[in-house]
Design a protein around this ligand. Sequence first.
Ligand code: PPS
Length: 325
Amino acid sequence: MEKPRKKFIDVVDKAMVAANTMDRDELLFSYKGILYPVTVCSPEVFKAMESLEARSDDVILAGYPKSGTNWVGQILSDLVATFEKKMQNEESINDEDLEEFPYLEVGDTGKYERMNKLPSRRVIFTHLLPDNLPRSVFQNKAKILLLIRNPKDVATSFYHFSNGMSVLPSYETWDDFFIAFMTEKSTVYSFMIILFYLVPWGSYFNYLSEWNKYAEDENVMTITYEELKENRALGVKNIAAFFGISLTEEELQGVVERSSFQSMKENSLKTHGALGSILFRKGGVSDWKSLFNEDQNEKMDKAFEEHIAGTKLGMKLKYDVYCRA
Ligand code: PPS
């Protein structure tokens, strides 16, 4: 993913320009009870997505927004590209015309028919709930890397991103954003209020609860942002093994080096265009300490306890290590 991604940058730039001329209450739409940005998603595209024919050798990355998707996406794309290059399958990696926006739910209605013709291996990112993925993903046993990050850092990252990225509604204060992040489903039916009180792509807690149902599947591997921060080399090795990507130690080390925060940030104008300076913000653990007050810590601790503490994913998050004040 070090090469310039023209189509990716075009899609994002166009969405940002379109959003700049819109009012805050026009930025999101609701589909099956979840909000999405109108400038990058649409109900027609969601319906067309069902025609995607998933493959058992697809490399799927699932993660709630702000969990490190672009980071792990870089690792996956680099692992696949390095392997393909070694096998001299140049066709599958070098043709710019074959490039599709990496997020499954972002594109046009013709995207999935084009994807059906792409050579293997396809690398696909998504923030969607498992039930909203095309049925063929589970039927055809595509492998899924599920990326999770502690809820306090996710909320912190999401808040800054919402205020920097024009396609998402911004928030006057962190307190306002915190209310939206913590609200699972609004019982208030005024459209304006729903927009104010819910974040796009749905509730973090609901996301983890739904994906937890798949956490034991043999085709699903879970990784945390925090474990990757602690030992990127081990994480890269485990990810490669899960997808059956066989590389030498030296090749794996190259993938590790190219996925450092510093290297991705430096390269971001080429890979992400204007979005780069918004997306690659801090890239660390515990920045939540700069925003959460005592009451918000208590509310988050309670919600975590109620919804996911006892689940497999909840335990993987090591909440006591990364989230206790
Ligand atoms: S998005 O827009 O929802 O797809 O965002 P996503 O990529 O999931 O998450 C963005 C956060 O990931 C951080 N990031 C990284 N952290 C560590 N190392 C690397 N290489 C890396 N690349 C991106 C990015 O900085 C965002 O986190 P915050 O806390 O805001 O810095």
